[in-house]
Design a protein around this ligand. Structure first.
Ligand code: ADP
Length: 188
């Protein structure tokens, strides 16, 4: 059986969540790898769907046991992408999609070199800014910071096997499906 994992990165606002949601609707075997966090859920967030919300003790235990690819501390809370959940999905025959930042992606590439890796790119700086602002509440300073971060992340695009411009969501999903089919043909 093929082990199918897509490592997906891209600057905040480029459309990663939108694309993964649309992909899940198109293919019932696609599963998003859910991040673990010690932060408290915001209203409307669902445990196991948006994040796995866990206690510090549980997080530390999983971390010590090697269950995570990487753990990082942001604004007082811990976040981690699971290695064991990802492998369990893959071994179950699902197509796992790991949304992860560039540092995490480098670890994922080292640990799972058989993964298909994709950097999602914005059509232009202006369009990325429009999408970031379109989400609503960000101040000018936050938008400027996100755009600066975007440049740093996009500079890592050559490390990924594929770079896809997320112009139209359906086209991007179709392109991802074509890459997956090319790497792991269903007839094989
Ligand atoms: P990310 O997960 O990369 O931070 P989101 O999926 O939250 O990005 O998308 C950011 C914003 O951009 C959302 O308002 C979303 O509706 C919009 N968006 C995403 N993809 C596209 C696209 N291909 N064309 C136009 N708008 C998009």
């Amino acid at each position: 059986m093929n082990r199918r994992l897509v490592v997906l990165s891209g600057p905040s606002g480029v459309g990663k969540d939108t694309v993964i949601d649309a992909w899940c609707l198109r293919d019932p075997l696609v599963r998003r790898v859910v991040t673990y966090t010690t932060r408290v859920p915001r209203p409307g967030e669902r445990d196991g769907v948006d994040y796995h919300f866990v206690s510090q003790e549980s997080f530390d235990r999983s971390n010590s046991a090697g269950a995570f690819l990487e753990a990082k501390h942001v604004h007082g809370n811990w976040y981690a992408s699971p290695l064991d959940d990802t492998l369990a999905m893959v071994e179950a025959g699902l197509l796992a999609v790991l949304k992860i930042d560039v540092q995490g992606a480098m670890v994922a590439m080292e640990r799972m070199p058989w993964a298909l890796t994709v950097m999602l790119m914005p059509p232009s700086d202006a369009e990325l800014e429009r999408r970031i602002r379109g989400r609503g509440t960000e101040t000018d300073a936050v938008v400027a910071q996100r755009l600066q971060n975007a440049h740093d992340e996009l500079a890592m695009a050559p490390w990924y096997q594929f770079q896809l411009v997320n112009d139209d969501v359906d086209t991007t999903v179709a392109a991802l499906m074509a890459l997956v089919e090319e790497r792991w043909p269903t007839s094989s």
